[in-house]
Design a protein around this ligand. Structure first.
Ligand code: HEM
Length: 133
């Protein structure tokens, strides 16, 4: 029987450009949140200092997309969904999160446009799925 040697498919993490690109997307996301009136309500929910989130979100997205599990190692037992439970996330706020993230990904324009679009779509669905009302 013939054997095939298939190269394992690159993870979404690798295809998007790894930590460096996720960090650029995150920085653009929080820059938009800090400057665009359309995201003011979302901004107001966050702590005044966004520096910890700028560090943390790319690590979360990295592990979630198949890269290093740094965020989980640093936050054992922490659940992203239950962590958001105390926040009043309605459809409008979830839409602001999804729109800001979609714009951030478009502005950074990762080289692999197909994975960039897939990332924007899945994060859009994830954010809108977190809306409680
Ligand atoms: C649906 C709309 C969302 C809202 C309104 C929201 C809001 C927040 C807020 C207020 C915090 C606390 C940060 C601070 O106080 O500065 C937070 C933390 C966090 N959010 Fe969201 N979030 C949303 C969606 C998401 C999604 C879709 C993801 C992941 C893909 C995500 C990932 C995180 C992570 C990883 C943290 C905490 C980081 C850490 O403690 O290490 N959030 N979020």
């Amino acid at each position: 029987m013939a054997t095939t040697t298939e190269t394992p498919a690159a993870s979404p993490y690798d295809r998007i450009g790894g930590h460096a690109v996720l960090r650029r997307i995150t920085d653009r996301f929080y820059d938009l949140m800090e400057t665009e009136p359309a995201f003011a309500e979302l901004r107001a929910m966050h702590a005044s200092d966004l520096a910890p989130m700028r560090e943390s979100l790319p690590l979360f997205l990295g592990g979630w997309s198949g890269g290093p599990r740094t965020w989980w190692d640093a936050n054992p037992g922490k659940c992203m969904v239950s962590m958001h439970a105390p926040f009043r996330i309605d459809k409008a706020i979830a839409g602001q999160w999804a729109d800001a993230m979609r714009r951030a990904i478009a502005d950074v324009a990762p080289e692999d446009a197909a994975i960039a679009e897939a990332l924007a779509d899945v994060l859009d669905r994830m954010a809108r799925g977190m809306a409680k009302a």
